[in-house]
Design a protein around this ligand. Sequence first.
Ligand SMILES: [Zn+2]
Length: 310
Amino acid sequence: MVNLSSKKLRFLAGTVAVAGFAALAMPAQAVQSRATAGEPTPVQSKSAETPQSVQAESTQRSVAASSTTNIVRYNRLYKTPAIPPSKCKEVNVSLRTAAGVSAYDKQLLTCMWAAWAPVLKAAGANYSLKPTLIIHNYSKVNTHCGVVSGPTSYYCGYKNGQIYIPWGYIASLWKQSPTYARAYATNTLAHEYGHHVQFVTGILNASWTRQRAFSTSAAKLEENRRRELQASCLGSAYIGANKRYYPMSGGLYTQWQYLVTHSGDMAGHPRDHGSFANHGWWSNTGFYAASSKTYAGRCNTWNAASSRVS
Ligand SMILES: [Zn+2]
């Protein structure tokens, strides 16, 4: 279903901006950071994948700052070879039900895991960790990263990593436009997997350590945007690598482009995810390849000017 009027597209974008916005942009750690002081922070304390950041926290702040900067900005991830196409096709199933969304995302997750493995191996990361997929339709979910409410997709860096997807929200999009719902479901899972890539390479925890260490809210927000925009870039890099097989073309591509250029910060909300323009820019940077390949190295948002992550 591609034939949408511009009015309909605007309506859909509004829907995304209100509810899906968080799905695209809010990681579990964002939720975790809002947890009250008495609650544990399992992501950080139990992550065995980021020994450098844990160690850094126990040393002087200046040492911690420089080592976490090394992790986010000079990570081995940025020197890895091209992301191979998973060669997985899109699952032909209705996203109207929990079973449909589950079948769709289950295969997509396995495909992402397989495609990212050689890249993560080259980065020296734990490439065999496969995140757990939780398809739910609760208004509130208790996770190891805190309580999350609303139709929010998110990543929790706990154990092997956990991806939460609210199927009801995707089903509501499906009623309006199945093509848009497919673009949304694909892009959202790819974004969350981007956080998983950050998790196993140590970037996720290092970034949170940096964010907490900054003294101004402007600096904290910029760090948040660099992390989120990178997750979108990495997700799009997977989608771009596999675009001939999935395939990301025609109506699905049109809807995907609309989605990624209309996701990000809205007026009246915290500037923690990036402008629509920058979200679109990083998504397309990930998606489009040098020659016919895509590289995680193109997603170094920590090497970008502040204006590019505004
Ligand atoms: Zn995110």
